[in-house]
Write a protein that binds this ligand. Structure first.
Ligand SMILES: [Zn+2]
Length: 376
């Protein structure tokens, strides 16, 4: 099976599936979605392409098992980040155990595992039905996963009892990950000549109060009881903009920050933090106006430590549970009522120029998933 898996991964890496929302090199996920669709058709597994936008597509396939009333959902994202600075991003290069190439680790290897499993179970009917899903745009706005939740999941005869997202987890069972929320604070002042500040209202000075308050909140978060797998919630200012010229009293300033959220944190808590920042700026000296808003939010994800997950753990050779620092599409499946976890191979260089996945780990993940499914 090892050669077959390497063969599939080589083919997937060779197709440019760079997310066009992130990089000019991106041509979208339609070509890779087509490729996967044809692979499933050759195996005689019913498969569909779902067009989300021009050049942006998902592929799904449903292999009916002996018990069609039970469905396991598997998922991988088929987009990759950009290729800037990489010599041969679309050529799989093997160096001992390392398989180099854009997307090998994050997460075409996970997609490869799904395709390998499809091949095996197309010849050996599985005990339950298997939903294979490949989605676009996870690296940016998760349009693919949102489309899957709205347009594919409702077509299934029953709701999957578990989702396994084959993101790289170093073979750990990723039972939780953080969510995130983006905020924007806008300060409005009045422009004036730099030599006559008394005629204007400076919109940049009050930013200091916002940053001070954010720093204080961040310090408070670091003192809360840590989540067993995810540690502490955090926040950081990510963008600052403002002013029009060095010699002008700034009429406007904007601050954007990101708050990484833990499972169980309430919206009220987040709202009260936002309010604290707003009040701090309002109380800062000057006649400025301040407004705040929440721009975007993705939920955290947490699965319970139940019998099924313990089974996967055992099939993977007694791997440990872990929390993932990054956000993943699994949160959207959980939100749609499918408890979801992460499980995938070891490697290095997600979003970096020296991305590789371990060949041995790729095979391990395939074998673990096969064993797990056979025991369901
Ligand atoms: Zn990923």
């Amino acid at each position: 099976m090892k050669q077959e898996l390497i063969h599939i991964l080589t083919d997937l890496v060779a197709i440019n599936s760079v997310n066009p929302g992130l990089s000019k090199a991106g041509q979208g996920e339609h070509e890779i979605a087509e490729f996967i669709h044809h692979y499933f058709r050759k195996l005689n597994i019913p498969s569909n392409i779902h067009s989300i936008q021009v050049d942006r597509s998902n592929t799904t396939a449903l292999l009916e098992g002996k018990n069609p009333a039970k469905i396991l959902l598997m998922n991988g994202h088929i987009d990759t980040v950009g290729i800037e600075g990489m010599k041969e991003p679309f050529t799989l290069r093997k160096d001992e155990d390392r398989l180099y190439g854009r997307g090998t680790y994050d997460m075409l290897a996970g997609c490869t595992v799904q395709m390998g499993l499809a091949k095996y179970f197309s010849q050996n009917p599985p005990p339950l039905s298997l939903a294979f899903t490949f989605v676009a745009d996870e690296e940016n706005l998760s349009m693919g996963m949102e489309h899957l939740v709205d347009h594919f999941l409702p077509t299934l005869p029953v709701k999957p009892f578990l989702g396994i997202f084959m993101e790289p987890t170093e073979e750990a069972i990723g039972i939780s990950h953080k969510g995130y929320t983006w905020y924007e604070l806008k300060i409005e002042g009045l422009a004036a000549h730099g030599s006559r500040p008394e005629e204007g209202i400076n919109a940049i000075f009050p930013l200091a109060s916002a940053l001070q308050e954010l720093d204080m909140i961040n310090q408070e978060l670091s003192k809360e009881t840590p989540h067993p797998y995810l540690g502490h919630a955090t926040l950081h200012p990510g963008l600052v903009q403002g002013g029009s010229a060095q010699s002008v009293i700034a009429a406007e300033a904007t601050l954007n920050w990101e708050r990484r959220t833990l499972p169980g944190e309430s919206q009220e808590k987040l709202d009260s933090e936002l309010n604290r920042v707003k009040i701090a700026v309002e109380n800062a000296q000057g006649d400025h106006q301040v407004s705040v808003k929440q721009l975007f939010s993705r939920p955290p994800n947490e699965a319970g430590d139940d019998e099924i997950i313990q089974k996967l753990c055992a099939a993977a050779g007694g791997k440990k549970y872990d929390g993932m620092s990054y956000w993943a599409d699994s949160a959207l499946a959980s939100k749609a009522g499918i408890p979801s976890i992460l499980f995938g191979p070891a490697g290095h260089g997600a979003h970096a120029i020296d991305e590789w996945v371990s060949e041995k780990s790729l095979v391990n993940c395939y074998e673990a998933m096969k064993k797990f499914i056979l025991e369901l």
